[in-house]
Design a protein around this ligand. Structure first.
Ligand code: RP5
Length: 168
C-alpha cells in the first residue's frame, strides 16, 4: 500500500511536528500498512511552519482524507490546532520528549477545551500503533473487507500470546 497519495486519495493523513517524530509515527504508518490502509505522511509544524499547518488542515477534507493522526512532542499544539481548523476526526499521539518524557506532550494534547476534540492516545510507540488501529476501526464501520482484515489482525495477536510465561 503506497504511503503517498500519488495522484489519488488516501483515507488517512499522518502529520508530525518534526522529522524527529517519525521514529514514533512510523509505527502508525506500519500499522496502517499491515491493514492495507492508504496513508500519507507529512511534516507539518504548528510553530515552525504555521502556514503549512493552515493550508493542510483547511484542505484536508477536500483532499479526501477521512482521518488525521497527528503526532508532536513538547509544546505539542499540532493536534489541537489541526482539530480547530478541520471537521475531520483527529487522533493525537504525544511523542516522548527528552526533557519531560512525553508528559508535556500528553498534557499539551489531551487537555482540549470542550468543543474541539482530539482523541488522545498513549505516549510514544503504543500510542502511534493504537492511533493506526483506531483509524482502522473507524474506517471499518463502512468497509466490510477492512473489518475482516481488522478481525484477522486481532485474532493473530491473540493467538500469539502464550498461556504460560517462559524462562527464555
Ligand atoms: C515539536 O518539537 C516536534 O513535534 C518534536 O517532537 C519536538 C522537537 O522537534 P525537533 O527539535 O526535534 O525538530 O514541534
Amino acid at each position: 500500500m503506497p504511503d503517498r497519495a500519488a495522484g489519488g486519495t488516501v483515507p488517512v493523513a499522518i502529520i508530525m511536528g518534526s522529522q524527529s517524530d517519525w521514529a514514533t509515527m512510523r509505527h502508525a504508518a506500519e500499522t496502517l500498512e499491515a491493514l492495507g490502509i492508504g496513508h500519507e505522511a507529512l511534516i507539518v509544524s504548528a510553530h515552525r511552519t504555521p502556514d503549512r499547518l493552515w493550508d493542510f488542515a483547511k484542505s484536508a477534507k477536500a483532499r479526501g482524507f477521512k482521518i488525521i493522526i497527528a503526532g508532536a512532542g513538547g509544546a505539542a499544539h499540532l493536534p489541537g490546532m489541526t482539530a480547530a481548523l478541520t471537521p475531520l476526526p483527529v487522533f493525537g499521539v504525544p511523542v516522548e520528549s527528552k526533557a519531560l518524557s512525553g508528559v508535556d506532550s500528553l498534557h499539551s494534547i489531551v487537555q482540549m477545551p470542550g468543543g474541539i476534540p482530539v482523541g488522545t492516545l498513549a505516549i510514544g510507540k503504543p500510542g502511534a500503533i493504537n492511533a493506526g488501529l483506531l483509524a482502522a476501526a473507524v474506517l471499518a464501520l463502512t468497509d466490510e473487507a477492512l473489518a475482516t482484515r481488522l478481525d484477522a489482525y486481532r485474532a493473530k495477536q491473540t493467538a500469539a500470546i502464550a498461556e504460560r510465561p517462559s524462562d527464555v
